[in-house]
Design a protein. Structure first.
Length: 298
């Protein structure tokens, strides 16, 4: 590596340390990114001081070809941007070759949805008519039927339920309230639990929580996660489930059955439609699968 490049990198890292107080690990990561880029430039008979936009694009293309993730490529480009902006600001370089270079498309991870058949197996896993089994069945039914967040489910209180109309009133993120239908199965499960089994768990204690433990306390998110894992194993579901799985399944299955995105947004309590749009990829994948399976030219 040319001594000039070494000097430029050292000046940049010193400035970062002085201006932003970055940790040694972060500074080391910046150094590694810049050294890797400088090695690439050296192979092209170029250098950091003579770098062009075409060099930056070629470097990003090489990253992709080497199998580097979009996230890692974006991080490397971010390092280059910060370096060249500093160099131009300090008058070391006259132009920034990263201008107008777009970051690699990050994409968004698809929610891990399970099939409707797997959901049915999970909902049936809490077998028997004991108080705990009935409670657990009611929790799973309620989450899948309503798409509640885990915190909303375990924090559910009696005054939020209207089982006559089959509705639940939820206060979600930002204190925003929404009303969500429960459906017949979840409503019936809740009625059964509240009428015959909740008192058994409470004993002589009192609580406003819908779903209580044997100690008479509201269930925690961690305890519900353990329930999900146990019942997934009992149902023979190999996919790793989380407490969010049923919320994802709720949204995905609604879309697969023809629900419109705006309605799903309202039911999930997403403030921004763009948050809900991640589910359209899941629905689209299902449509493509059906087309490929059944269409004569699929």
């Amino acid at each position: 590596m040319a001594s000039g490049s070494t000097a430029l990198i050292d000046q940049f890292l010193d400035a970062l340390w002085l201006e932003a107080g970055l940790s040694p690990n972060t500074l080391s990561a910046y150094r590694s990114d810049l050294l890797a880029f400088d090695v690439f430039l050296g192979a092209k008979k170029s250098s950091l001081s003579a770098c062009t936009r075409a060099d930056v694009l070629a470097y990003l293309a090489q990253n992709v070809g080497a199998g580097l993730s979009a996230r890692s490529s974006a991080r490397r480009l971010s390092t280059l941007r910060r370096f060249f902006r500093h160099a131009v600001r300090e008058g070391v370089l006259s132009q920034d070759p990263t201008v107008d270079v777009q970051s690699p498309a990050m994409g968004r991870p698809l929610p891990k949805a399970i099939t409707e058949a797997a959901v049915e197996s999970l909902l049936a896993a809490p077998a028997g008519e004991g108080a705990l089994a009935v409670r657990d069945r009611a929790m799973l039914e309620t989450m899948y039927a309503s798409g509640l967040r885990v915190s909303e489910l375990v924090g559910l209180e009696l005054h939020q339920l209207d089982l006559t109309t089959g509705l639940v009133r939820v206060t979600g993120k930002g204190g925003k309230e929404r009303i969500v239908p429960l459906g017949d199965e979840a409503s019936q499960s809740l009625k059964d639990f509240l009428a015959h089994h909740r008192k058994t768990l409470l004993g002589d204690r009192s609580s406003s929580a819908v779903f209580v433990t044997r100690r008479g306390q509201a269930m925690s998110r961690q305890a519900f996660w353990q329930l999900i894992k146990r019942y997934a194993g009992k149902a023979g579901i190999d996919t790793r489930l989380s407490p969010h799985t049923l919320r994802h399944a709720f949204a995905t299955h609604l879309l697969n059955h023809g629900a419109d995105l705006r309605s799903v947004q309202m039911l999930l309590g997403h403030a921004d439609l763009s948050t809900t749009q991640i589910y359209t990829h899941v629905a689209r994948a299902r449509l493509q699968s059906l087309h490929g399976e059944h269409h004569p030219r699929g």
